[in-house]
Design a protein around this ligand. Structure first.
Ligand code: GLN
Length: 487
């Protein structure tokens, strides 16, 4: 493999600028790497080779003309396969969309193309982003690059594994309840969920619209900050996108964090935490002390309800969002229906996988007349309490820290027959989606089996710059980010 593939985007960009390598060569090297190892990893559903090489060529032409390059031009990137890119298959890892070809670009895809970022392919995920292990893909499982017998985390498992294994340098995922932060933590890289509304959701296949947010994966905080800058901004096509200027997030990475109040979330430091993860977070606390931060203990009393709230709201929203997959307009249609009703029911019965069906049924139940007040309405009220917990917490702390997950990556199959155990994996991540606040996972060490551990950092809404600053200082005070999976 070309050694440059192991380097962060910042260094690849320098090599391009200094003409040590051309953008076409770099893209080709990444495509070769994918072809070499992806059979073992399963990170990609499809490749978009032509689009990638075309974009790379444009970068080389710009370099030849001596023109300034846009941020991240020429850096190999993967899209989660629930994001539309013209002419590519966008499957959401579901049989029901197996042959669906995007007729339009998601706003994030258009922004990447405008910035001349080569998009190399569509990364595997849990079907419709529902899952925590990437075992719910209708096509194939993704393997963790640190140990191929273990899960990469989900639902953006392909996006995380492809960056961790240096197939690509950057990728995008979507995070509804932790789907960026969890796989980032399991794969030993940086994964970031922005403030709700910071990035346009136009062209992202909706799972739970009030929670979904697109965000970056990278091997360094600086790369993630730059990628967020490229994809952020107001979009009239997404009514929930915020009409606020985009910051140059990387500008403040090296700010001194002396006096920064770092809150440790009490509820996430006790029960169910693996010993190694606990130790890693305690080390992180020590590290922040050395950097001059002030450590405060924070309690989020309603955090314990977050999984229950999420599995009512997310399923309710998905039961509505997935109603459009009925065999009429999109994707798969059953070949042998006798009438219209049978066409709908058979198409959906044959097209959706078991987890997706479970969620649609749960959500339909929670929204049904007679149960709406008891479940959906109550969950909305509880969501407000979780949000209020954060408002209180951020009066006492500037950022909050916790493990991203109470445990490290588990064996493939270990939880696939126990949905409740799987749902519990997201205890640390879900509340940030309920409150709409930004959060990220940054590498924080390894467990006794050499599997990566992630530290989660949360900040108040729209405080992405502060979040990246706190994460970057921690990253550079340690060397975890320099360690790469040996695949
Ligand atoms: N694991 C959670 C779920 O299964 C979160 C998924 C996500 O963030 N897309 O719903």
């Amino acid at each position: 493999m070309n050694e440059l593939l192991r380097k962060p985007a910042t260094e690849q960009a320098k090599a391009l600028k200094n003409k040590e390598i051309s953008a076409v060569e770099l893209t080709q090297a990444a495509l070769n790497r994918i072809k070499e190892i992806d059979e073992k990893l399963g990170a990609f559903n499809s490749l978009t080779e032509e689009t990638a090489l075309e974009t790379a060529k444009k970068v080389d032409e710009k370099i030849a003309r001596g023109e300034e390059l846009p941020l991240l031009a020429g850096i190999p990137l993967a899209l989660k396969d629930n994001m539309n890119l013209v002419g590519s298959k966008t499957t959401a890892s579901s049989k029901i969309l197996e042959n669906f070809v995007s007729p339009f670009n998601a706003t994030i895809s258009q922004k990447l193309l405008d910035n001349l970022v080569p998009i190399l392919g569509k990364a595997n995920l849990d079907e419709f982003a529902m899952g925590s292990s990437n075992e719910n893909s209708a096509f194939k499982k993704v393997h963790n690059p640190w140990d191929l017998n273990k899960v990469p985390g989900g639902s953006s498992g392909g996006s995380a594994a492809s960056v961790a294994s240096c197939e690509v340098t950057l990728s995008l995922g979507s995070d509804t309840g932790g789907s960026i932060r969890l796989p980032a933590s399991f794969c030993g890289i940086v994964g970031m969920k922005p403030t709700y509304g910071r990035v346009s959701r136009y062209g992202l296949i909706a799972f739970a619209s009030s929670l979904d947010q697109i965000g970056p994966f990278a091997r360094t905080v600086e790369d993630a900050a730059n990628l967020l800058e490229v994809i952020s901004g107001h979009d009239p096509k997404d009514s929930t996108s915020l009409n606020l200027p985009v910051e140059h997030y990387a500008a403040n990475l090296n700010n001194d964090i002396k006096g920064l109040r770092v809150g440790v979330i009490k509820e996430l430091m006790s029960e169910g935490l693996s010993e190694d993860v606990q130790k890693a977070v305690e080390n992180a606390i020590e590290c922040y002390k050395k950097l001059g931060a002030e450590i405060v203990e924070i309690s989020l009393p309603n955090l314990k309800h977050s999984i229950g709230i999420y599995y009512i709201l997310a399923t309710a929203e998905c039961s509505s969002n997935l109603a459009r997959f009925d065999g009429v307009r999109y994707g798969y249609r059953t070949p042998d229906a006798k009438n219209l009703l049978e066409m709908y029911t058979k198409t959906r019965a044959e097209g959706f996988g078991p987890e997706v069906k479970r969620r649609i049924m749960l959500g339909t139940y929670a929204l049904s007349s007679g149960y709406y007040d008891a479940y959906y309405k109550k969950a909305q009220q509880m969501r407000a309490l979780v949000t209020q917990d954060f408002v209180e917490a951020f009066k006492k702390a500037d950022v909050l820290i916790s493990p991203t997950c109470p445990n490290t990556a588990f064996e493939l199959g270990a939880k696939s027959n126990d949905p409740l155990a799987m749902y519990l994996t997201d205890i640390a991540t879900i509340s940030a989606n309920l409150a709409g606040i930004p959060g990220l996972s940054v590498p924080a060490g390894f467990d006794r089996d050499g599997m990566p551990i992630g530290l989660q950092i949360l900040a108040p809404q729209l405080q992405e710059a502060k979040l990246f600053n706190a994460a970057h200082k921690f990253e550079r005070a340690n060397d975890y980010y320099t360690k790469l999976a040996n695949i």
